[in-house]
Design a protein around this ligand. Structure first.
Ligand code: ADP
Ligand code: MG
Ligand code: MG
Length: 253
């Protein structure tokens, strides 16, 4: 049982020569086995939260804390965060020239576990995860993110998550740009990870449609840099009906 705890997190970015506060006191606790959805309008700071936990250098933490079982995540290097069991889908969004998906996955797995995976089981695990995500075997020999379509990028994220078996996974807009078939395949992959181990999941999304396939335990409505309301899955249904309007006061703009 592990706990990822975000306390009164304040984060700023440099913009137009000044510093702009984006996160304004985020509180959120995720335990092993729980799936949390963060939903909110565009520009509310959802990705900023994900990047801050990932340790992106553009985002300056000006207050509050992020801890994993009491360990200070914000003091960790990006590599240390991964080894501690944090998986952040947006961590490797860039092209990695000359590195195949297959080599990339094996290198990441070795770095995180501290030893190379046993070849025979590893090959089997990769094959079965790729089949589950309806990925052609040839995908493993392509260079990471080089010419990947939107859907291929998302599948690759889920493939990484399935194979790296993190304690906590943060998926930012995994549903964006997917057609219904791809959304189903990707959601099934997420659900396999949820069932197969005791992962804590933070699912960031603007739309409710992915939550039809992945039922969260908790829903947090994110507005203007913090959690404005929280509830169970029924909160997502209410948002589907009414949108975010009732959370947007004129002062919040
Ligand atoms: P969301 O993911 O909810 O759409 P973001 O976290 O992407 O919101 O953005 C929140 C706000 O922070 C926006 O006003 C955005 O312009 C600003 N912002 C985010 N990242 C940066 C950045 N790297 N530089 C400047 N402004 C940023
Ligand atoms: Mg505050
Ligand atoms: Mg975003």
């Amino acid at each position: 049982m592990a706990t990822l705890e975000i306390r009164d997190l304040h984060v700023s970015v440099e913009a137009d020569g000044g510093s702009k506060e984006i996160l304004r006191g985020v509180d959120l606790t995720i335990r092993s086995g729980e799936t949390h959805a963060i939903m909110g309008p565009n520009g509310s700071g959802k990705s900023t939260l994900a990047y801050s936990i990932a340790g992106h250098p553009k985002y300056e933490v000006t207050g509050g804390s992020v801890t994993l079982d009491g360990e200070d995540v914000l003091e960790m290097s990006v590599d240390e965060r991964a080894r501690a069991g944090l998986f952040l889908a947006m961590q490797y969004p860039v092209e990695v020239p000359g590195v195949t998906v297959s080599n990339f996955l094996r290198t990441a797995k070795t770095a995180i576990d501290g030893e190379a995976p046993k070849l025979r089981t590893w090959v089997k695990d990769v094959r079965s995860a790729m089949e589950g995500l309806r990925m052609d075997a040839s995908f493993a020999e392509r260079n990471v993110n080089e010419g990947f379509s939107g859907g291929e990028k998302k599948r690759h994220e889920i493939l990484q998550m399935e194979l790296l078996r993190p304690k906590f996974a943060i998926l930012d807009e995994t549903d964006s740009g997917l057609d219904v078939d791809a959304l189903k395949v990707v959601s099934e992959g997420v659900n396999r990870v949820r069932q197969g181990n005791d992962v804590g999941m933070l699912l960031i999304t603007h739309y409710t449609r992915i939550l039809r396939y992945i039922t969260p335990d908790f829903v947090h409505v994110f507005v203007d840099g913090k959690v404005a309301e929280q509830g169970g899955p029924e909160l997502a249904d209410a948002l589907e009906e009414s949108g975010y309007d009732r959370f947007l006061t004129p002062a919040a703009g």
